[in-house]
Design a protein around this ligand. Structure first.
Ligand code: ADP
Length: 255
């Protein structure tokens, strides 16, 4: 039952591109409230794993279970609706809408059972009869600390606040699990630190699966770490254990 199932389970997840095996029988279990990082050198299969978990890619073999249910063939937006949130989807921020309107759209997308945002019909939709979307919108604005910016255009936000809004769009769907794909990709060290701090601040009480290339970055924040190497799980354990693992060191040094 839902009380004992892990939030997320991958079972023998395999993805081939032609003859090339990008994911090779990956098993993974993430428990409620856990902050799990998946790390690995470039080409290890992290993005492929993320895409199979979120539904963007159909695995060649193996299964994905979310809260005990097999979602291997479930469409991405349906996974979002069921509580599998994804970040940082920059493209979902509408610069020409206010911060509040952006959050409201995301909240509405799940409230209406679509898990998908479309404009402009949804924006002025009359279906929020009980005010659930409106109150969720207020909650999220407060959680991400953007109440005072709520009426500004999203495009006018400073970079850090835009990150907050992106996280807010995920939170608005009230996810049981948040999948984060290299949220700090392309950032300098200061911005990277700020972003990880923000993830910790805003998502601390959520179940998280963070895909990250930089091993040092995840060590202080994760409860547990899974190391991918050449499409396989090389090791899973506490950050301390992973940091001391000789095989992991070798993989990162180009083994
Ligand atoms: P990572 O995110 O860990 O850097 P990826 O999942 O992006 O790794 O890629 C793993 C391997 O799969 C790489 O060797 C990459 O070239 C290959 N790969 C990824 N996507 C495709 C694709 N669509 N077609 C062919 N090969 C792919």
């Amino acid at each position: 039952d839902a009380g004992t199932d892990p939030v997320l389970r991958a079972d023998g997840l395999t993805k081939r591109f032609g003859d090339f095996v990008a994911l090779d029988g990956v098993d993974l279990e993430v428990e409620a409230g856990e902050f799990r990082s998946v790390i690995g050198p470039n080409g290890a299969g992290k993005t492929t794993l993320f895409n199979c978990l979120s539904g963007a890619l159909r695995p060649t073999a193996g299964s994905v279970y979310f809260r005990g249910e097999d979602v291997t063939r479930t469409a991405p937006h349906e996974r979002v609706r069921r509580g599998m949130g994804r970040s940082f989807q920059i493209s979902t921020v509408f610069g020409g809408l206010s911060v509040r309107e952006n959050v409201r759209l995301a909240a509405q997308s799940v409230a209406e059972g679509e898990g998908r945002i479309s404009l402009p019909r949804k924006l002025f939709s009359p279906t929020d009869r009980f005010g659930a979307v409106e109150s969720r919108t207020d909650e999220v604005l407060s959680e991400i600390g953007l109440e005072r910016r709520a009426d500004e255009y999203a495009r006018a936000l400073a970079h850090g606040d835009r990150r907050r809004l992106e996280l807010g769009l995920v939170l608005a769907t009230d996810p049981d699990l948040v999948l984060l794909d290299e949220p700090t990709a392309g950032m300098g060290s200061e911005e990277t630190r700020d972003t990880i701090a923000l993830v910790e601040e805003v998502l601390a009480d959520r179940t998280l699966l963070l895909i990250e290339h930089d091993i040092d970055l995840v060590m202080n924040v994760s409860d547990s770490v899974t190391v991918l190497h050449r499409g396989q799980v090389l090791a899973t354990g506490t950050p301390e254990r992973i940091a001391d693992d000789d095989e992991v060191q070798r993989a990162y040094l180009g083994g």
